[in-house]
Ligand binder design. Structure first.
Ligand SMILES: Cc1cc2nc3c(=O)[nH]c(=O)nc-3n(C[C@H](O)[C@H](O)[C@H](O)COP(=O)(O)OP(=O)(O)OC[C@H]3O[C@@H](n4cnc5c(N)ncnc54)[C@H](O)[C@@H]3O)c2cc1C
Length: 342
């Protein structure tokens, strides 16, 4: 039996997460170099509708893992937390027995490079004695080998890695493989197994939904985004002034800015925030980590202002302005206003 490419699909409350389609796209790129079959594993219980939908859309065989359902006593659930009726993916991911993977004969196991995937991938690799390559952005052939590209040092260096192991666990950076949503007419087979689950050392008792409305980001033509380079909270005012020049604009930030609570989490752009595609994205004092770029790389035109000429954000920018934002933005606003009044 040819070793397989296994995709660990993500779902939430029975709905397939969009990153799953990106994993399928990544697996298809990998298949060009290996000729291996692809198989999807879905976890989390109560996923039969989602599994059917995914098998029809992808034409790929799916193995559904049904964990034993554990209910949490009501009194343990804090107010405003939505209790989980099913065991979430990440707990199942971590508890899939090594023997199951052995039976599936994988060469590559693909997970998303997000909180769930990063939580589970290293442990899985250790358990099955596999290599673990995280944050994969590109898969290419290299003289008979397969080369995985990932970024290092805040995206200033691009590393090319070849796995020497029989099995490799890969986490794939969201946003790099474009999902192919065309239905090719094939329907994958679905099989199911029950997994007697020991949830380990902790229980996840539920999720707290962020009810924040991000529709303003979808509607904005121009997004002005603040990064750590703004240094002081007071300098956010420059960002607001800049955004004020454009009629359909919105303000966002990188994660550190939202962690500092200078902006709301609903305004965070990136892998763990919003994905935006405005006509113009103005990155002010943002270094361009892969986690941030994931959420804005499809913007139509990108202008970046950064004091560091080697900032990674410049690699994907249409215009690169090497300047202190505290110097550039006030001058830009004055020049813009002068041009409007003449
Ligand atoms: C699992 C995980 C998920 C993550 N998810 C996200 C996410 O969704 N979104 C996200 O943004 N990050 C995310 N991060 C964090 C990410 O790795 C980076 O740490 C973060 O994006 C860096 O933010 P930044 O570019 O604003 O700050 P920094 O990396 O500190 O960069 C600041 C930049 O400002 C420049 N600068 C400094 N002073 C000035 C000045 N006066 N004028 C102009 N430029 C100046 C510097 O040269 C530098 O390039 C995640 C990390 C992990 C591990």
């Amino acid at each position: 039996m040819n070793p397989k490419i296994i995709i660990i699909a993500e779902q939430s409350h029975g709905e397939i997460s969009s990153v799953t389609y990106e994993l399928i796209a990544g697996a298809k790129v990998l298949r060009q170099f290996t000729n291996s079959d692809i198989k999807i594993i879905m976890t989390g219980g109560e996923v039969s509708v989602a599994a059917r939908q995914l098998s029809e859309q992808s034409g790929i065989d799916i193995l559904v893992i049904n964990p034993d359902i554990r209910t949490i006593p009501e009194e343990m659930i804090p107010e405003k937390i939505i209790p989980e009726k099913i065991i979430p993916d990440e707990i199942v991911f971590k508890n899939i027995p090594a023997s199951l993977f052995k039976d599936l004969n994988p060469a590559y196991i693909l997970m998303a490079h997000n909180a769930k995937g990063l939580d589970a991938a290293p442990g899985l690799a250790a358990k099955i004695n596999a290599a673990c390559i995280t944050g994969v952005e590109k898969i290419t052939g290299a003289d008979g080998d397969i080369c995985f590209t990932r970024s290092l040092f805040n995206d200033k260096i691009s590393a090319q890695i070849i796995s020497c192991a029989k099995v490799s666990v890969l986490t794939i950076l969201p946003g790099v493989f474009k999902p192919d949503t065309r239905f090719n007419g094939n329907v994958g087979k679905i099989s199911m197994i029950d997994l007697p689950l020991s949830t380990g050392d902790y229980h996840l008792i539920g999720y707290k939904n962020d009810a924040a409305d991000t529709s303003a980001l979808d509607d904005a033509d121009v997004i002005v985004s603040a990064g750590n380079g703004i240094r002081e909270k007071e300098n956010l005012d420059l960002i607001f002034q800049m955004a004020g020049l454009f009629p359909k604009s919105a303000i966002t930030g990188s994660r550190p800015i939202c962690d500092k609570k200078w902006l709301k989490y609903s305004q965070q752009v990136g892998i763990t925030g919003a994905t935006v595609k405005p006509k113009l994205y103005l990155a002010c004092g943002i270094s361009g980590s892969s986690q941030h770029i994931s959420g804005m790389r499809d913007s139509k035109f990108i202008v970046s202002i950064n004091t560091d000429p080697h900032a990674a954000i410049f690699n994907i920018s249409d215009i690169c302005i090497i300047e202190d934002i505290a110097t550039f933005i006030p001058q830009f606003i004055t020049m813009y206003q002068d041009s409007q009044s003449t």
